[in-house]
Structures are given as C-alpha cells and as structure tokens.
Write a protein that binds this ligand. Structure first.
Ligand code: FAD
Length: 407
C-alpha cells in the first residue's frame, strides 16, 4: 500500500467525475495535492437541465478562477425570484436579487448543468481524469488505501473520495448500505427555446409556480437562449430514477392543464421532457472510514427544493481541500475534521429541502391561503443568510470539535 510516512496527504483518488468529483479535484489540486478522478461514463456529459448557483457557491468558484467563465455562460438573476399562484399568475412574493451582492458579496446565477461541468473540468488537467472506468471497492491499511477499478486494476492513494452520486457503490463501506427512499414525487425537466417561450419566462428571474401537489420552476440559461423548466408532480406508479429517463411532453402538459395560460404556453414550447422519480435519504452521522470519505450526493442527497445539491457538493470539495492540506494532521484526523464541519451543515440543508415539499404543494384551502399571506412579509434572502453567507473554506479553517455532529 502507498505510504507517505508522516500520514500527511499527497495523493487523492476520486471516484466519480460529476460536479462534486470535479470540484474536489480542482480544490485539491489548488491545495498542491496529486489527484486522479475515475468516472464510469465513457464521456463527461450532463443531461440538459439548469442549476441555480447561489452566493455560497459562487464565492468558491471565484477562488478557483472560474467566475469569469460562469459569467460568460450563465445568466445572472438580475431581476430576482418570484413565487406565483398556479391559476392566475398572481405574484405571491417577489424579491430583487441586487441585495444578494450587497448582503453576500456575490450574485445568484442560473446555469446549464453542462456549462457548469465544463467549467469545473477546465480546472482539472485532462491527465488527472480517467473515463470509462468504475470504482468497485477499496482496500486500506494504516499506510494507505487502494481503489479497485472495473478494469481489474487498483490505484493507490493516501485518501479515496467517493463522489459517486446518490447510488454510490462506496457509501456502503462507511455507513449501513441502504437503498435511497422513494419520495412519491417525480421531477420533469425540459429546455424551451427562448423564441418559443412567453415573455414572462425570458426575464432573468427564477419563477416558481405553486399549485396543489405540484410546482414548476423556470429560468433562462445558456446566455438566455434557452429556458430551463423543472416541474414536480405526484409520481403515481412511476418509479424510474435516472437522468436519462424520458417522459412525454403531452403528459407534462396534462399535469399543468388549467394553470395560467402563460405557463401552459411555456410547457407547450417544450420539445422534449426528462422525467424521473425523486429519491431521498436521511442525513447520516458518519461519512468516513479511515482513509475513505464521501462527498456530494454520495453523502447527502437532497430534494432540489433549495437548489443546493451541487452547491453543497462544491462546498464539500472546498472544505475537504482545506482539511487535507494541513501537512501536520494525520489522514484519519483530517477526514474526521472534514466530516465534523460538513455533516451538520449538509444535514440542515437536506432537512430544510425536505421541509419545502409540504409547503410548496399545499392543496387549495385555508392553509394554502395562510401560506400565501405569509409570503407578503417574507424575506428569504435575509432569513436564509445561514445558507448564502457561508464560506466553506473559512468554516473548515475554524476550530471544529470533531465528533460533536453526531445526532
Ligand atoms: C431536478 C433537480 C434540480 C436540481 N437543481 C439544483 C440546483 O438548482 N442547484 C444545485 O446546487 N443543485 C441542484 N440539484 C442537485 C444536483 O444536481 C446534485 O446534488 C449534484 O449533481 C450532485 O453532484 P455529485 O457530483 O455529488 O453527484 P452526481 O452529479 O450524481 O455525479 C456522480 C458521478 O459519479 C459517477 N459514478 C457513479 N458511480 C460511479 C462509480 N462506481 N465509479 C466511478 N464513477 C461513478 C456518475 O457517472 C456521475 O458522473 C438538482 C437536482 C435535481 C434532481
């Protein structure tokens, strides 16, 4: 097994080349470590869909030197975000996001997933990335760890990071193996050419339409050429969980029939629809086994209702690099520190995201009216300061009592 004497880290192997794995590679390289990423897919590609990149994530991308690239491809939410009522588009709540910059020093952006992945990849040399090879297990001892790959080879490292997504194969080595839980919700996503979208949807606004048991979110991506649409509806007996899974545009349209005509017009502009079942997991207490640790959805998959899954994976990456770059700290302690700083934060976001399900999907009636009335006095940008003002690198540098996050 690879040994580098003092226990400090020189070489890190990462299983999974998604947003989390590539962000980890970029931050670890920036910290001066050798990194190899092993991705099962023969080519790196993200299925078309959008992502909100909030200030807590933008500040980290800026430190990787990726901010200009983000500005080139993403759309800044200049006008802000708004919630609308399903049947008539009444604005229940609206907020400009200029304040995002004043409060948190960064804007909020919306980006095509493929563009974000390409940006992260640009921060990782091609030689550090191997495609078409699956991580299948690890062997470890006091001196090092070996990552087993599907081509029959093993690579040695000081640390292995499992960034292999919600169905992580390696997760079962650090916590009780359990399949993710089926939520009963299905997610739809589609991209609508801007010229086929109503004017309302072309504005630089994240718009959330709330209706009984459903909601739909849209915003422009790819410099405004496309409108990203993501919708959440009851899944019925549909239980396929895969970004590759297809649905019918007509079925998506039927889910929103009778909603505001502008929303119906937007859905009618869709040429294609992805459909998959949303899965969920509870927060876990332990992410690490000696030299193996989890990152991103492998550790803390969450409902997308706070638009933070990728953001939390990128925060993990930044914090991990801080923890592993302290040459005086032995690996197990460095990873315990990483876990201690990240687990409470990501558990909070996971649970907050789960809590939004009921809030967004209330049936018409008094409870829904009370929710809508409460919107009038809402200020999510400020009351979510815990989310947006957070600096993952700074948090990892502060004193973290390890072991205290266990719930
Ligand atoms: C509808 C929807 C909307 C969302 N919106 C937002 C948003 O607005 N903002 C936001 O921040 N987040 C959002 N998210 C969440 C975000 O997409 C995920 O949290 C994020 O992609 C997780 O990144 P990851 O790298 O951990 O996992 P993944 O993106 O799943 O990447 C895992 C990678 O590992 C590879 N892999 C798997 N197994 C192996 C193996 N054994 N060996 C090697 N490679 C392997 C996979 O091929 C994949 O490339 C949304 C999610 C959904 C479902």
């Amino acid at each position: 097994m690879a040994s580098h004497g003092s226990g400090s880290v020189r070489r890190v192997a990462i299983a999974g080349g998604g947003i989390g794995g590539l962000a980890a590679a970029a931050f670890l390289r920036r910290a001066g470590l050798e990194v190899s990423v092993y991705e099962q897919a023969p080519e790196l590609r993200e299925i078309g869909a959008g992502l909100v990149v909030a200030p807590n994530t933008v500040r980290l991308l800026r430190r990787l030197g990726l901010h200009e690239g983000l500005a080139d491809t993403a759309v800044r939410l200049e006008v802000g975000w708004e919630f609308r009522r399903w049947e008539n588009g009444e604005v229940l709540f609206g907020q400009r996001l200029d304040d995002s910059t004043r409060l948190y020093g960064e804007d909020t952006w919306v980006v095509h997933r493929a563009d974000l992945l390409a940006l992260l990849r640009s921060a990782v040399p091609a030689d550090d990335l191997r495609l078409g090879v699956r991580a299948t297990g690890v062997e470890q001892d006091d001196d090092g760890i070996a990552l087993r790959l599907s081509d029959g080879t093993c690579v040695t490292a000081d640390v292995v990071v499992a960034a292999d997504g919600i169905h992580s194969e390696l997760r079962g080595l650090v916590t009780r193996p359990e399949p993710p839980r089926y939520s009963g919700i299905c997610a739809w996503r589609s991209l609508v050419p801007a010229e086929a979208a109503p004017e309302l949807a072309r504005r630089p606004v994240q718009t959330l339409w709330l209706g009984p048991q459903r909601h739909l979110v849209h915003y422009p991506v790819s410099g405004g050429r496309l409108i990203n649409l993501v919708a959440f509806t009851p899944a019925g007996d549909f239980d396929v969980e895969s970004w590759e899974s297809r649905g019918q545009v007509a079925d998506l349209a039927a889910e929103f029939a009778g909603w505001d005509p502008r929303l119906e017009a937007l859905v009618a502009g869709a040429t294609d629809a992805g459909r998959w079942a949303l899965l969920d997991r509870d927060p876990i207490d332990s992410w690490t086994s000696e030299r193996l640790t989890l990152l991103g959805d492998a550790a803390h998959p969450m409902f997308p209702f706070f638009a933070q899954g990728a953001g939390q994976a990128i925060e993990d990456a930044a914090a991990l690099a801080v923890c592993l770059s302290d040459a005086a700290v032995p690996v197990p302690e460095a990873l315990a520190r990483y876990e201690a700083v990240r687990a409470p934060r990501t558990a909070r976001v996971q649970l907050a995201s789960r809590g939004r399900r009921g809030h967004h999907h209330l049936p018409d009636g008094p409870e829904q009216r009370a929710r809508d009335a409460a919107f009038a006095s809402d200020d999510p940008l400020t009351h979510n300061a815990w989310l947006y003002s957070y600096d993952a690198e700074q948090a990892a540098r502060e004193d973290v009592p390890t072991g205290t996050h266990v719930r």
